[in-house]
Design a protein around this ligand. Structure first.
Ligand SMILES: Cc1ncc(C[n+]2csc(CCOP(=O)(O)OP(=O)(O)O)c2C)c(N)n1
Ligand code: SF4
Ligand SMILES: [Mg+2]
Length: 296
């Protein structure tokens, strides 16, 4: 799927230039797109992360929206409480959007996330996944991929653990809606957010956001890496309704070998051939599993 309608993407901006993101930050681009779609009718709750800084520090701000900052574990509870408060005041329009990194989602925020999902709180949880604790210097999280390097990966410098299956975990909660997205497919992201806005209850987005300094990639590669993650099928674009109905949004006609995605990233520079084989093997298995879930 080529994002043919990208040129028609909504023009109004809610993320100001001059924000402090690194050049090529996938997380900044993602929130820019989300904020366009939300059109100023959102209250963002942001857990400790790069976005805590990007939204503005001191008397500066970059995001044209109400923002509340929250500690990691409390994010989902803060967002749930704010939504309930707004509804009790008769405001049923403002969307409460929790913005958390992978650390704030896969690790430290997981308990609160699970609780809010299980209670089916009427909020949107957005995990922007740059696959490590980037704001504090690229420490490993449970979203960090197998065989990559991080500043907390001991010798032999490749992460021995697989990436946690957050989509599987959230699908098991049988929430009304969950979707994956990347900034390389902005119209897909926009359409999914529109769908989510028409659904009541807990909605979860897992968004794949390259981070040039953390990944050791060139700034201008961010969109290409986001695209290749989808074309290799390492990061499928998909949706799950009520934890049951799976929908793969895009099946590439020509599959890109995973090596082409890994090679431009210095975090994979310690990779040996057996790691590469394992990555490709896991990817194929996950893809087949996903296809059988879609067929159910
Ligand atoms: C309980 C707690 N531990 C550690 C920190 C320090 N800290 C602030 S941001 C951050 C990294 C968060 O990683 P992630 O959620 O993936 O977001 P990213 O920085 O990658 O955007 C950490 C460890 C903190 N603020 N609170
Ligand atoms: S460290 Fe990564 S996630 Fe954080 S602002 Fe820079 S590019 Fe974005
Ligand atoms: Mg992160």
């Amino acid at each position: 799927m080529v994002d043919k309608m990208a040129c028609e993407f909504k023009a109004e901006e809610f993320l100001y230039s001059g924000h402090s993101a690194c050049p090529g930050c996938g997380a900044a681009l993602t929130v820019r797109y989300l904020a366009k779609n939300l059109g100023g009718k959102a209250l963002f709750v942001i857990t400790a992360s790069c976005w805590s800084v990007l939204a503005g520090v001191g008397n500066t701000r970059s995001l044209e929206a109400a923002v509340t900052h929250s500690p990691f574990p409390a994010g989902a509870a803060v967002a749930s409480g704010l939504k309930k408060g707004l509804e009790s005041l008769g405001d049923h329009e403002t969307q409460v959007v929790l913005l958390a990194g992978d650390g704030g989602t896969f690790d430290i925020g997981l308990q609160g996330l699970s609780g809010a999902a299980e209670r089916n709180e009427n909020i949107i949880f957005v995990c922007y996944d740059n696959e490590a604790y980037m704001n504090t210097g690229m420490q490993r999280s449970s979203a960090t991929p197998y065989a990559s390097y991080s500043t907390t990966t001991p010798y032999p410098l490749v992460n021995p653990n697989p990436k946690k299956d957050i989509v599987g975990i959230m699908a098991a909660h049988q929430i009304p809606y969950l979707a994956t997205a990347t900034p390389a497919f902005p119209v897909d992201l926009s359409a999914k957010l529109d769908r989510a806005l028409n659904i009541k209850g807990f909605r979860f987005f897992h968004i794949f956001t390259p981070c040039p300094p953390g990944w050791g990639s060139d700034s201008e590669m961010t969109i290409e890496l986001s695209r290749m993650a989808v074309l290799t099928r390492l990061f499928p674009l998909m949706e799950v309704y009520q934890g049951k109905k799976y929908n793969i949004n895009y099946e590439p006609d020509t599959v890109v070998p995973v090596e082409e995605y890994l090679q431009p990233q210095r975090r994979f520079s310690f990779l040996e051939s057996h790691h590469l084989e394992m990555i490709q093997e896991n990817l194929e298995r996950n893809w087949e599993d996903l296809k059988s879930l879609q067929k159910r």
